[in-house]
Write a protein of this length. Sequence first.
Lengths: 330, 103
Amino acid sequence: MQGIIELAAANLLSPIILFFALGVAAALARSELTIPEAVAKGLSLYLLLAIGFKGGASVADHGIDTTLILTLFAGIMLSFLLPFIAFALLRVITGLSTVDAAAVAAHYGSISIVTYVTATSVLTLAGVAFDGYMVAVAAAMEAPAILSALWLAARAGGVNRSSDPAMESGLFREILLNGSIVLLVGAFLIGAVTGAEGLAQIDAFIIAPFQGVLCLFLLDMGLVAGRGLRNARHLITVRLLAFGVLMPLIGAVMGMVTGLLLGLSTGSLTLMMVLGASASYIAVPAAMRVALPEANPAIYLTLALGITFPFNLTLGIPLYLAIAQFFTGG
Amino acid sequence: MKTFKAKRIEIMIESVMERRLTDALAKAGVKGYTILPVLGGSGRAGRWSREGQVSRAAGMVAIVCILKYDSAEKVLDTVFGIVDRHNGVVCVTECEIVRADRF
């Protein structure tokens, strides 16, 4: 318990979390502080490139083994499964409609790459090693949840025949080829091909500035989360709030069981828990607007970005790390 | 200067639907249109702003096209097939154009 408190305290007082808190506070106080749209986009591209490349270089260093393949497969299965749990939980504890519950469930089956990036940063600062291929697992877990959620919505009659999401041409091409996934996977492959030599050539760009860029990006995320909370506070009931905190814990437990069965190291197990616990707010909202436009975006964006993301960032990540250390003895 | 009557269709739609709509316009024979960014606004879901969106999901665009008087009806049917379920506004106004051969 002492370890968890110490980890949580160290995490809460780290620059990345404090910058995020600054963003939330500024937005709630209606400050005019903003990060220009193009700058925020540039920062996210940098982070995806850096995290993908470093992951690929790490795989080049350690090689491809069966654990990597099994972890990828397990991640995809987890992403398929989590929406069913989220959907059932939403129907039991909240009064959300079928369509809204399915849309929210899709977000919780998918992953938040920013939460993943922050977790890798926390692990690095804590000196806990993790497998580079976990970034490929993160990319693989983006889309399957969308299929599960659309099936849930269609099965429950939340989508009429004329608007059958399966008929929506081009949707899955867009999901699988969205810019974030293309850059993340592309940088991963380039890192895997060029290996340590390639990393040595660009490490001054992708390693040293990483923490500073992450601070600036999380400041922007804090501003966005704070604005979302301010605008949608009337929508957030106690039951939805409970879901926003409970579901990541359930997802983390599912990730933990998966990781333990795979025999992952402490760092990788922590990341698997983070992937299970995090909720998407970039790829899935766009897919939901196309496939389930009847669902209220204010509900799923506020839950994923305004509640679950800050929870994972502040308390979740150190908690998952402490649990992973407990089970692996790391 | 001689002018010709035409119809101006202005469609405000979620940015995730932009390509679907422009593809449909092209299929309906629309030769030209203009896409404009929308900074923000207020609607049934409350106020929103393009600023600080982490996803394209919450943004909107405005698509403007000028059509010959007699072809507007067909294009409107096409537009409605796309925008019907989505947030947005479709507005049709009468206008006058100078070079009718371009539309």
